[in-house]
Every structure is written in C-alpha cells, then in structure tokens.
Design a protein around this ligand. Structure first.
Ligand SMILES: [Fe+2]
Length: 119
C-alpha cells in the first residue's frame, strides 16, 4: 500500500520510520583515499536489507549528488538489484558530501549521505 505521507518529504534514517529506513535509505560506501582527478568507485545500495524488486513495488532509480551538484542517475526495472557502483573523479580538493536519493514507488524518496575528503 502506498504511504502518501512519505511522498511529502525526503526521508532518511534520521527522519523516516525506522522499519522503512532499513530497506529504503541508500547506503554509500567508497574505498581508499580519494585523490584529485583520480577515478574512484562510489557504491550505493538501497537499504541495509535489500528492497524488494517485484511488480507493484520496486526501486525506480538512484540519483547521486555531491552537495547540491547532480552527478548521476541510474534507472531500474524489476529485474535489477537496487545497487550500483559509479566511477567519479573530483577535479578539486576539499570535503564533499555525497548524497544518494532512491525512489520507491510505494514509499517515496530516501536520502543517504557520506562525507568524503578529496586530497
Ligand atoms: Fe518500498
């Protein structure tokens, strides 16, 4: 059943219902040091526990931002696993906030964040 209140805000582990956060909040991971101009992998998976991907209930996309700057969108069908690795290279040093947004057709948009330092 669609939970309309979840569509009136961006949900997160901090703001959304805990039972839904477990399967909806994106989890961002990176590996190793992040160097200026060097590609690195950002892995994003939807939820600590995998979200269902079935007719009528699925993750439709993941968007990735650095702060307010749009980086990527990946669309999904019911035959995908809602997890993706993206290769990113930052052209400047400094702290960045990676922000991933996932959209469930029944449970709205969810945000996960990870702070990184580009050296
Ligand atoms: Fe859902």
């Amino acid at each position: 059943m669609m939970e309309t209140s979840l569509f009136c805000q961006v949900n997160s582990i901090a703001s959304g219902p805990a039972d839904k956060a477990k399967t909806h909040a994106p989890v961002i991971t990176t590996q190793g040091d992040i160097k200026v101009g060097r590609p690195f992998l950002v892995n994003i998976k939807v939820g600590e526990t995998m979200h269902p991907m079935e007719n009528g209930h699925s993750i439709q996309f993941i968007d990735l931002y650095s702060g307010d700057i749009y980086l990527s969108r990946v669309d999904f069908t019911q035959m995908n696993i809602p997890e993706v690795s993206l290769s990113i290279a930052f052209p400047h040093e400094g702290k960045r906030t990676l922000r991933a947004f996932s959209r469930c057709n029944l449970h709205g948009i969810w945000e996960g964040i990870k702070e990184v330092n580009v050296t």
